[in-house]
Design a protein around this ligand. Structure first.
Ligand SMILES: C[S@@+](CC[C@H](N)C(=O)[O-])C[C@H]1O[C@@H](n2cnc3c(N)ncnc32)[C@H](O)[C@@H]1O
Length: 237
């Protein structure tokens, strides 16, 4: 039987993708919920988003202690992974748009949103949706800008600065999203986990290069998953 090379590649890719997700319980303050995730991930096909990273634990514990920040807000999260931060936010926000660029990750993100919607009240799920967004992709950015033309009150990111090449496009996306709010206040809350000194300076330098101000939130510097993590608030100058 004749087989096309492309078919073999597709076959191999799906063979190596681990989708043996486990229902896992997370507790942040008084918030307790379950979602599907892996316990360890492969980076081969950029499947880092299949599990919950230390930055998400840091961000969720910060948000659960400061839920007034979220009350009635409209938020977008970049690099959402399985959606652990969005689920916390949906308890308090009016609109929660979770985004990722990886199709496999988007599948489990959507499954977790459905799981959450099936368990919770309509109020807690208001406007909880997933959208495909690759930083720096002009088509994705323009779709988001048109669909959510009123902008967002908050942009969230947890553990999304780990690859040098993706930091400039990340800040391009953040800059466009900050401008969407048109003069009204919008801020980017970044849960940053420091794994390399070069990345530490790159994040600050990229923010400055994009006309932004980076402020460390006092009291948030802590050890998460054997590394130092911190919450930054990033705004347009
Ligand atoms: C280390 S994981 C963090 C996931 C989640 N925020 C957490 O802390 O559990 C990084 C996430 O960013 C996404 N990502 C990486 N590069 C991206 C890009 N260029 N555009 C959009 N998403 C990206 C990955 O698919 C993944 O879900």
């Amino acid at each position: 039987m004749e087989r096309k090379e492309d078919d073999e590649v597709v076959c191999l890719e799906s063979f190596f993708i681990n989708d043996n997700y486990q229902l896992t319980t997370f507790t942040f303050g008084s918030q307790v919920f379950e979602l599907y995730c892996l316990q360890s991930a492969s980076t081969d096909y950029d499947l880092t988003g299949q599990l919950v990273w230390p930055g998400a634990l840091l961000l969720n514990s910060y948000l659960s202690k400061n839920s007034d920040l979220l009350e009635g807000c409209s938020i977008i999260e970049l690099g959402s992974g399985v959606g652990v931060t969005g689920i916390i936010c949906s308890q308090f926000c009016n609109e929660v748009v979770l985004t990722d660029h990886n199709d496999e990750v988007l599948k489990i993100l959507k499954k977790n949103i459905e799981l959450h919607k099936s368990l919770k009240t309509a109020r807690s799920c208001a406007g909880l949706v997933a959208e495909k967004l690759e930083w720096g992709n002009p088509d994705h950015m323009s779709e988001i800008s048109q669909k959510y033309s009123g902008g967002f009150d908050l942009i969230l990111g947890a553990d999304i600065c780990f690859q040098h090449s993706s930091v400039p496009p990340l800040f391009d996306a953040v800059e466009q999203l900050l401008h969407l709010k048109k003069g009204k206040h919008c801020k980017f809350i970044l849960a940053y986990v420091s794994r390399a000194k070069m990345m530490d300076s790159m994040v600050t330098n990229e923010a400055i290069r994009h006309g932004m101000r980076v402020v460390e939130v006092p009291g948030t510097r802590s050890v998460v998953g054997n590394h130092e993590g911190v919450i930054f608030e990033i705004t347009l100058q």
